[in-house]
Write a protein that binds this ligand. Structure first.
Ligand code: NDP
Ligand code: GDP
Length: 345
């Protein structure tokens, strides 16, 4: 019988962490979840996935090098998935120093600990399409020049190059997954997709009367399903050598289109009226205002469009998605309605 593999996941309490942990447990891995201490229950998603009691949890913070060294030394895992990050672009403009330390330096701490204490460990870095920012080419590939537009994008770019550099300098097996936006019913409510579906669910069940307040409706994103994307993280670590891969759908939709699509699931037909900050989204049938603009949600610098070409991942990893854009919209909207109806949104 093959020896059971051990995987460490940072950011296990986040959206991707839950899906990845579930996937690895199903594959027979021993999963060690690194978590930072919080005053409230951060395990909600893992409980909803039904895997909370199958994971060994260890205290961890991206900023504490001694703690990272002790963990790597103790477990010397086969695989290390670094999903932890201050992952919200909007906040990174307000907390640029913390974001740089956690998302940039935090990665150097982990790589150093692996280099020193467990060089056989295969490392996955959660890189992001935000590194392309003001896009230099359409669609974006592994070869597209980077032009990040937020402290988040800049910090992640540093981490991406460190990941590449430790592979080239020290022969470590490291991978950088340049994942485009991926969503799910487990997405944090501060991100635009889930902000919309959770608010619409409250409107749908009559828990609120207020429209959802949004910023820029015209930016476009290449949205996939998180459950599909975590499988690619694992596949990246099962090759002959580490590498960089774009994971995307090669399809892009505006925030406005996302609003319209999930509204349909609620039985609403959105009509847009007015312009700029005065624009509103109204249900044609009832005249009810469902969306309004709040400039508070505009960003100091915007990423207007993202669309990724995943050809390399298709060829090398056999990348394909099970959930397309329309199915994703439906899944997210229906789950939030169900949660709202059960009082656990
Ligand atoms: P989430 O925001 O849902 O999860 C982030 C996780 O990081 C949480 O578990 C959080 O813990 C943890 N974390 C944050 N700061 C620290 C810290 N200082 N020390 C330890 N843990 C910390 O992110 P996602 O699951 O959506 O994304 C996973 C990764 O992939 C992130 O690195 C993100 O930047 C990246 N990414 C995501 C994309 C997406 O579309 N989802 C696209 C491309 C990249 P806590 O629960 O305590 O807050
Ligand atoms: P990001 O691509 O990682 O920044 O993911 P987000 O879901 O946070 O944002 C996606 C896009 O939606 C960005 O272009 C935002 O400017 C836009 N957007 C418009 N209104 C909002 C809002 O109210 N909240 C968020 N988070 N984004 C918004």
């Amino acid at each position: 019988m093959e020896k059971q593999k051990t995987a460490i996941i940072t950011g296990i309490t986040g959206q991707d962490g839950g899906y990845l942990a579930k996937f690895l447990l199903e594959k027979g891995y021993k999963v060690i979840g690194l978590v930072r201490r919080g005053a409230t229950d951060t395990f909600v998603k893992l409980k909803e996935h039904g895997i909370f009691d199958k994971i060994e949890f260890v205290d961890f913070d991206l900023l504490e090098f001694t703690n990272i060294c002790r963990i790597i030394k103790k477990y010397r895992p086969d695989e290390f998935y670094n999903l932890a990050a201050q992952s919200f672009v909007g906040v990174s403009f307000e907390e640029p120093i913390y974001t740089t330390e956690a998302d940039g330096m935090g990665v150097v701490y982990i790589l150093e600990a692996i280099r020193e204490f467990s060089p056989h460990t295969r490392y996955y870095q959660a890189s992001t399409s935000e590194m392309f920012g003001k896009v230099q080419e359409m669609p974006q590939t592994e070869k597209t020049p980077f032009y990040p537009r937020s402290p988040y994008g800049v910090a992640k770019l540093m981490a991406h190059w460190m990941t590449t550099n430790y592979r080239e300098s020290f022969g470590l097996y490291t991978c950088s997954g340049i994942l485009f936006n991926h969503e799910s019913p487990m997405r944090g409510k501060e991100f635009v997709t889930r902000k919309i579906t959770s608010h619409f669910a409250e409107l749908y069940v009559g828990k609120t009367d207020k429209p959802v307040e949004l910023g820029n409706l015209n930016s476009k994103r290449d949205w996939g399903f998180a459950g599909d994307y975590v499988k690619m993280m694992w596949l990246m670590l099962q090759q002959d050598h580490g590498d960089t891969y774009v994971i995307a759908t090669n399809e892009t939709h505006s925030i406005r289109e996302f609003v319209e699509e999930v509204a349909k699931v609620c039985g609403w037909d959105i009509e847009w009226k007015g312009e700029g900050v005065d624009e509103i989204g109204v249900d044609k049938k009832t005249g009810k205002v469902l969306v309004k603009i709040n400039p508070k949600f505009y960003r100091p610098a915007e990423v207007d469009i993202l669309i990724g070409n995943p050809e390399k991942a298709k060829k090398v990893l056999g990348w394909k998605r099970d959930v397309d854009y329309n199915a994703l919209c439906k899944m997210m909207m229906e789950r939030d309605i169900e949660r709202a109806q059960n009082g656990n949104l």
